[in-house]
Design a protein around this ligand. Structure first.
Ligand SMILES: NC(=O)c1ccc[n+]([C@@H]2O[C@H](COP(=O)([O-])OP(=O)(O)OC[C@H]3O[C@@H](n4cnc5c(N)ncnc54)[C@H](O)[C@@H]3O)[C@@H](O)[C@H]2O)c1
Length: 420
C-alpha cells in the first residue's frame, strides 16, 4: 500500500481545500463524493466552491488528483479523511446520517493499517460512539489493526490570510497510536499540529471555538438594541474597547448569524448536554434566541426608519444589499438575509436586492434577481438595508442623500446611513 495515498470523503467547502493542499504537498489524493455532478465537474477541472478556483482544480488534476463516486477507492488508500456534512435533524438535534454512511463505506473497504480521521464538526463522543461501531469489521480492532482519530476542521471561507497549511491543526486519536499516526499524517500538509489528550478533547475544541463566537456575537446583538435606545454608538464603543492590547477580542452586532459553524454547530453541544446530563446549556440557548431574533429586529428598525420619513412599510420599496452570510464570498448557507426578507415581506414591503456574488436568490419559493446597477436601484428605493459588508458597498463614494440607509454592519460613513 502506497503510504502517501489519501481518500478525502466529501468534496465540499472543507474536503476540497484539504484535497488540494494534500495533493500539492505530494500526497496522492482521490476525492470521494456521493454527488456525481460534483465528481464529474471536478474531473473536468471545474471548482464549485469559493476558496478553490478552477485553476487550482486544474493544478491538482495535473498533479494526479481524481474524483470518484465508488467507495472501493478506499481500499487503496493509507489514510481516509471524512469531511461530510453534519446538519441538524428536523427536531433540532444532530443528524449524523452522512457520517454514518461514510463510516459504513469505509468499513466495507477497510484494510489492516488504515488510518481513518473524522473532520466533520460534531458533539464530543461521536468518534467513539458512532464512528467506531460503524467501522467495526470482523477481525479488525480499532486502535491496533486500524487507527481512528478526530481532527476538527478550521476552514474560514474567504479568509485570505489563513488557509489549511498555516492554521494549526488539533488532532485526537482513540488511543495514543492513533493520535501519533494522525499527527504524522497532518504534518505532511500542515505547518503546526497540536495533539489533544484524546478524541473527545479534540471534538470539544471545535465546539468551544464556535460557541465562543456564537455567545459573544449574541452579547453584541443584545447590547446593540440597548445602545439604540440609549443613543450610544456601539460600534464606536467597540472600536475604543478594542484598543486594549490584552484580554479583549472585538465582536460585532449584525442582522443575525449565518454559515454552518455558528447557527448550527453549538446545537450539537447543547443537545449532548441535554440528552446526557438532562440539563439545558443556558449560554448556548440564550445566544441562539438572541441571534435568531435579529432579522425581526432589523425589520422593525426598517419600519421605524420608513415611518420617520412619513412612509409605511407596506408598499415601500426596500433594497437589500448583500445576501450572503459573510462578506466577499458567494456562500448563502443559513444567511440571516432570508429571514430579514421574510419579515419585510410580512410587513408588505416591495423587496429588491443586489449582491455582486449572487445573481439569483430564492427565498421560501420566491425568486429574486439581483439588480444590475446598485446605484440605479438605490436611487429608486425608499429605504436601503445593508446586510452584508461586501467591499463593493464600502467603496461606493456617494449614496443618494435622500434615501435612508439602515447599516446593519456599521461600515458606511454616508450621512444618510444609520447603524443598527
Ligand atoms: N464550510 C465551513 O466553513 C465549515 C467550517 C468548519 C467546519 N465545517 C464542518 O465540516 C463538515 C463538512 O462541511 P462542508 O461545509 O464541507 O459541507 P459541504 O456540504 O460543502 O460538502 C460536503 C460534501 O460531502 C458530500 N457527501 C455527503 N455525504 C457523503 C457520503 N456519505 N460520502 C461521500 N460524500 C458525501 C456532499 O455531496 C458534499 O459534496 C461539516 O461537519 C461542517 O460542520 C464546515
Amino acid at each position: 500500500m502506497e503510504d502517501k495515498s489519501l481518500v478525502v470523503i466529501g468534496l465540499g467547502y472543507v474536503g476540497l481545500p484539504l484535497a488540494y493542499e494534500a495533493q500539492m504537498s505530494g500526497l496522492q489524493v482521490t476525492g470521494l463524493d456521493v454527488n456525481g455532478e460534483i465528481v464529474e465537474s471536478l474531473n473536468k477541472g471545474w471548482s464549485h466552491i469559493d476558496d478553490i478556483s478552477s485553476e487550482q482544480v486544474g493544478e491538482m488534476r495535473h498533479a494526479g488528483f481524481v474524483a470518484a463516486t465508488d467507495p472501493a477507492v478506499i481500499q487503496n488508500a493509507a489514510t481516509v479523511v471524512i469531511c461530510v456534512p453534519t446538519p441538524l435533524a428536523p427536531g433540532g438535534g444532530p443528524d449524523l446520517t452522512h457520517v454514518e454512511q461514510a463510516a459504513k463505506d469505509v468499513a466495507q473497504n477497510l484494510q489492516p493499517g488504515h488510518l481513518v480521521i473524522l473532520e466533520s464538526t460534531t458533539y464530543p463522543g461521536t468518534t467513539e460512539e458512532v464512528m467506531i461501531p460503524a467501522l467495526q469489521t470482523p477481525g479488525l480492532q480499532a486502535g491496533t489493526d486500524f487507527y481512528v482519530a478526530f481532527s476538527p476542521e478550521r476552514i474560514d471561507p474567504g479568509n485570505s490570510s489563513f488557509g489549511i497549511r498555516n492554521t494549526p491543526k488539533v488532532v485526537g486519536g482513540v488511543n495514543e497510536d492513533s493520535t501519533e499516526r494522525a499527527a504524522n499524517f497532518y504534518k505532511k500538509i500542515i505547518d503546526e499540529v497540536i495533539p489533544a489528550r484524546g478524541v473527545r478533547e479534540a471534538e470539544l475544541a471545535k465546539l468551544i471555538e464556535n460557541t465562543y463566537r456564537h455567545v459573544n456575537i449574541a452579547l453584541m446583538n443584545e447590547l446593540v438594541r440597548f445602545c439604540h435606545e440609549l443613543d450610544i454608538d456601539l460600534w464606536d464603543a467597540i472600536r475604543c474597547a478594542a484598543t486594549k492590547p490584552f484580554g479583549y477580542e472585538a465582536f460585532f452586532p449584525g442582522p443575525g448569524v449565518g454559515g454552518h459553524c455558528i447557527p448550527i454547530d453549538p446545537n450539537y453541544l447543547s443537545h449532548r448536554v441535554k440528552t446526557h446530563l438532562g440539563q439545558p446549556f443556558r449560554f448556548i440557548e440564550l445566544a441562539q434566541e438572541i441571534n435568531d431574533s435579529m432579522p425581526t429586529y432589523v425589520a422593525r428598525r426598517a419600519q421605524e426608519m420608513l415611518n420617520h420619513v412619513g412612509k409605511a412599510a407596506k408598499g415601500a420599496n426596500v433594497l437589500l444589499l448583500g445576501v450572503t452570510y459573510k462578506a466577499d464570498i458567494a456562500d448563502k448557507r443559513e444567511s440571516p438575509a432570508d429571514d430579514v426578507a421574510l419579515a419585510l415581506e410580512n410587513l408588505g414591503a416591495n423587496l429588491s436586492y443586489h449582491d455582486p456574488y449572487v445573481a439569483q436568490w430564492l427565498v421560501k419559493g420566491q425568486t429574486y434577481q439581483s439588480q444590475e446597477s446598485v446605484k440605479k436601484a438605490a436611487d429608486s428605493s425608499d429605504l436601503i438595508i445593508l446586510l452584508q459588508a461586501h467591499r463593493d458597498y464600502i467603496e461606493v463614494d456617494q449614496w443618494p442623500s435622500e434615501v435612508p440607509i439602515l447599516d446593519t454592519r456599521g461600515v458606511l460613513t454616508s450621512p444618510s446611513a444609520l447603524s443598527l
